[in-house]
Design a protein around this ligand. Structure first.
Ligand code: FES
Ligand code: FES
Length: 169
């Protein structure tokens, strides 16, 4: 007869991955979403809980450097992958990245509910395209909804970040 512990282990998946550059090993229920894992198990509440249907972008993270919506990603699928949340972007000395700084300087955020999606999407965009046009910025950010800014200041922030990052090269 299976012991309680054996029954419990059958219902779990051993997840090994890296989150914000730290190794993570956790037994999780197979149906756990990545958003639940980050917010509830790891207390990384910078990843926001919005629509829960993959439409608003508030739960965005980077998985192996690519944007993904953590509310519709099962945690079990990030086995051996690298996850970066908004908290993982800052330098070891706590300094904001040029993108975070540009959002601050250009008022690209007001309530900041959309910050994970906006900042992490901009991070992915500027890695692959150092000098995006406004149209390219708008297209890249399209999966992220903002109910405060009207989007103009967000485009301005990404443009400003691109300028600063070019000077730093
Ligand atoms: S909470 Fe995931 S896309 Fe809205
Ligand atoms: S700043 Fe409030 S939702 Fe974007």
């Amino acid at each position: 007869m299976a012991t309680n512990m054996e029954e419990m282990l059958e219902d779990t998946v051993l997840l090994q991955c890296r989150v914000n550059n730290k190794p993570c090993e956790l037994a999780i229920a197979p149906g756990t979403t990545l958003l639940e894992l980050l917010r509830e198990e790891m207390r990384l509440t910078g990843t926001h809980m919005g629509c829960m249907t993959g439409h608003c972008g508030a739960c965005t993270v980077l998985i192996d450097g690519e944007v993904a919506k953590s509310c519709i990603t099962l945690a079990a699928t990030v086995q051996r992958k690298t996850i970066t949340t908004l908290e993982g972007l800052k330098d070891a000395d706590g300094k904001l990245t040029p993108i975070q700084q540009a959002f601050w300087d250009e008022a690209g955020l007001q309530c900041a509910f959309c910050a994970p999606g906006m900042v992490l999407t901009a991070t992915e965009l500027l890695k692959s395209n150092a000098e995006p046009t406004d149209d390219e910025i708008r297209t890249a950010m399209a999966g992220n909804l903002c109910r405060c800014t009207g989007y103009q200041s967000i485009v301005r922030a990404v443009r400003a970040a691109a300028r600063v990052m070019k000077q730093l090269k």
